[in-house]
Design a protein around this ligand. Structure first.
Ligand SMILES: Nc1ncnc2c1ncn2[C@@H]1O[C@H](COP(=O)(O)OP(=O)(O)OP(=O)(O)O)[C@@H](O)[C@H]1O
Ligand SMILES: [Mg+2]
Length: 460
C-alpha cells in the first residue's frame, strides 16, 4: 500500500492525467485525485485539502499561470508543480518567479516524484515554522499581558542606568517619560529582601516603594530589572497610626491629670466640707440638725458630680441600655451645654456589640463637638441606619464647612477615622467652605449579629 497523497490535477487531457497517476503510483504513492481544467472547478476543488497541485501549462480554456493565481488567491501554501510539454526556458523561469514550485517536462516524468517529495518536505518545514512563530507570538502576547497588568512597577535599565522599558505601573509612579525613574539607587542586585525607598513621582509627589533589582537579559543585552511595589498607602497608614498611638498616650495622661484635678478640687473639697460640717455637728448639739442638713446638701452635690464624672469617662448606659438611649441623653446634655439642638433619625438597629456601639457613640460625640466649636450653627442632624450588613452613622450640619487644605493638624477627624478603621469600616468627610459638613461612618456588623431590638428599653 503506497503513501496516501491528495493531488489536484489541473489537466484537460485524461490520458495525460493517467500518465501522471501511474508515475505517482510507481513512486510509492497511493494518489487520491481530482482532475479539473477550468478556474471555477479548480476554485471549487480547493475548498478541500490537498497535498500538491500538479498543473499542465497549456489547456484550451485555462493555463498554468492562471491556475497558479487561483491557488494564490486562496492564500494556500500547497506546492504547485507545472508539468508540460515544450515551453521555452524563459516561460518556465517566469512561472517559477510567479511562485510555481518547480517545472517538470512531460517527456521526463521520472523527475515528478523526487520533486513532489522535496516540495512536501519543504511545505512541512514551512508549516512547522509557522506553528512555532504562532506559538512564539502567542507566548509573547501572554508575557506582555502579564507585564502590562502587573500591579508592581517594572523598569529595565541598561548597564549605564538608562531606562529601556517601563510597564504601566512604573509609568504611573514615574510618569510616562520616566523622569525621576529610580535607576538602581544602590539597591543590591539579587537581594532576597526588598529595599524601601522614598521616591519622587513624575508629578512631584512623595511616594514609597519596595524595590528589588535583578541582573537579567533584554533583547540579548545584559540589563537590570528593577521591580517596584507602591507601598505609599501602607506607609501613610503606618505614620498616621504611630501619630495616633503617641496621641493616645498623651490623651490618657491628659485624662488622668484632669481626673486627678477634679478629684482634688471638687470631690476632695466637697468631702472636706462634709467632714467639717459633721465635726461641727458632733461638737454643738444645738445646731446639730441644721449642720447635718447642710452636709446632706453637699453630699447630694457630690453624688451629682461623681455621676457626671463617671458618665464622661464611659457612660454605663451604653452597656445597660444600649446606644440609642445613651445618644438621646447625650443630645439633651449637649443642647444644654452648647445651645445646639440635634435632630435624630434612625432605623430599628440590630444588636450592636460593645466595641461598635462605643465607636459610634464616640464618633457622634466628636462630630457634634466639632459642630459646636467650628460650624457656627444651632442645629445638627444625626442619622443611624443599617445598610448592607453594616451600621452607618451620619452627623451633618449646614454651617461654616471647611476645605481640606484649610485644616490644621488635629486629632478629632483622624481619631474618628481610626475608630472606624479599627472595626473594619471607613469614615468619609464631605465639607466645603459655606456648604456645611457631613461626617459619615460605615462599620460592618459581625456575621453573627442578630436582628434584635437593641434599644427596646425606654427609647422606642
Ligand atoms: N462641623 C464642622 N464645621 C466646620 N469646620 C469643621 C467641622 N468639623 C471639623 N472642622 C474643621 O476641621 C478641623 C479639624 O477638626 P478636628 O476635629 O480634627 O480638630 P479640632 O476640632 O480642631 O481639634 P481636636 O483635635 O481637639 O478635635 C477643625 O479645626 C475645623 O477647622
Ligand atoms: Mg474636633
Amino acid at each position: 500500500m503506497g503513501t496516501p497523497l491528495r493531488v489536484l490535477i489541473v489537466e484537460d487531457s485524461e490520458d495525460d492525467a493517467l500518465l501522471l497517476l501511474r508515475e505517482l503510483r510507481r513512486g510509492g504513492y497511493a494518489p487520491l485525485h481530482e482532475r479539473v481544467c477550468t478556474a471555477a472547478s479548480m476554485a471549487a476543488a480547493l475548498e478541500r485539502d490537498w497535498d500538491v497541485v500538479v498543473s499542465d501549462f497549456n489547456m484550451p480554456d485555462f493555463d498554468g499561470p492562471a491556475a497558479l493565481k487561483v491557488l494564490q488567491r486562496k492564500g494556500l501554501d500547497v506546492p504547485f508543480i507545472l508539468v508540460s510539454g515544450k515551453i521555452g526556458e524563459e516561460v518556465a523561469v517566469s512561472a517559477m518567479k510567479a511562485g510555481a514550485s518547480d517545472f517538470v517536462p512531460k517527456d521526463n516524468l521520472r523527475r515528478l516524484v523526487p520533486v513532489i517529495e522535496r516540495e512536501l518536505r519543504d511545505a512541512e518545514n514551512r508549516r512547522q515554522r509557522r506553528l512555532a512563530e504562532d506559538r512564539l507570538r502567542s507566548s509573547e502576547r501572554s508575557l506582555r499581558n502579564v507585564v502590562t497588568n502587573n500591579a508592581d512597577g517594572m523598569v529595565i535599565l541598561d548597564k549605564q542606568g538608562k531606562t529601556l522599558f517601563m510597564n504601566p505601573a512604573a509609568e504611573a509612579l514615574f510618569g510616562r517619560q520616566g523622569t525621576g525613574a529610580p535607576g538602581l539607587f544602590g539597591v543590591p542586585i539579587g537581594a532576597r529582601n526588598p529595599i524601601e525607598l522614598d521616591i519622587v513621582t513624575g508629578n512631584g509627589e512623595r511616594a514609597w516603594a519596595e524595590v528589588r533589582a535583578a541582573a537579567t537579559e533584554w533583547e540579548g543585552e545584559p540589563v537590570y530589572l528593577v521591580t517596584l511595589r507602591d507601598v505609599t498607602e501602607r506607609k501613610r497608614a503606618e505614620e498616621e497610626r504611630r501619630h495616633l498611638t503617641r496621641r493616645l498616650v498623651e490623651v490618657q495622661e491628659e485624662e488622668r491629670r484632669s481626673i486627678a484635678r477634679e478629684l482634688h478640687d471638687q470631690t476632695g473639697q466637697l468631702l472636706t466640707g462634709i467632714r467639717m460640717l459633721l465635726d461641727r455637728a458632733s461638737r454643738s448639739p444645738d445646731t446639730c440638725l441644721h449642720l447635718i442638713g447642710e452636709a446632706q446638701t453637699v453630699a447630694a452635690e457630690l453624688i451629682d458630680q461623681v455621676r457626671h464624672m463617671s458618665f464622661q469617662l464611659r457612660p454605663s448606659t451604653l452597656d445597660d441600655l444600649g446606644l440609642v438611649p445613651t445618644l438621646l441623653m447625650h443630645f439633651e446634655r449637649f443642647a444644654k451645654q452648647t445651645q445646639v439642638q440635634v435632630d435624630f433619625q434612625r432605623d430599628q438597629l440590630p444588636y450592636l456589640p460593645a466595641d461598635i456601639s462605643t465607636a459610634i457613640y464616640r464618633i457622634v460625640q466628636e462630630a457634634l463637638t466639632n459642630v459646636a466649636r467650628h460650624a457656627g450653627v444651632r442645629r445638627a442632624t444625626v442619622c443611624i441606619w443599617n445598610h448592607n450588613e453594616a451600621v452607618c452613622v451620619e452627623v451633618s450640619d449646614r454651617g461654616n464647612g471647611f476645605s481640606e487644605g484649610g485644616v490644621r493638624s488635629s486629632n478629632g477627624l483622624s481619631g474618628m477615622r481610626e475608630r472606624a478603621r479599627l472595626l473594619g469600616g471607613k469614615l468619609t468627610v464631605e465639607s466645603a467652605p459655606g456648604a456645611g459638613t457631613r461626617v459619615c461612618a460605615e462599620i460592618p456588623l459581625p456575621k453573627a449579629t442578630q436582628l434584635r431590638a437593641e434599644d427596646s428599653v425606654g427609647s422606642e
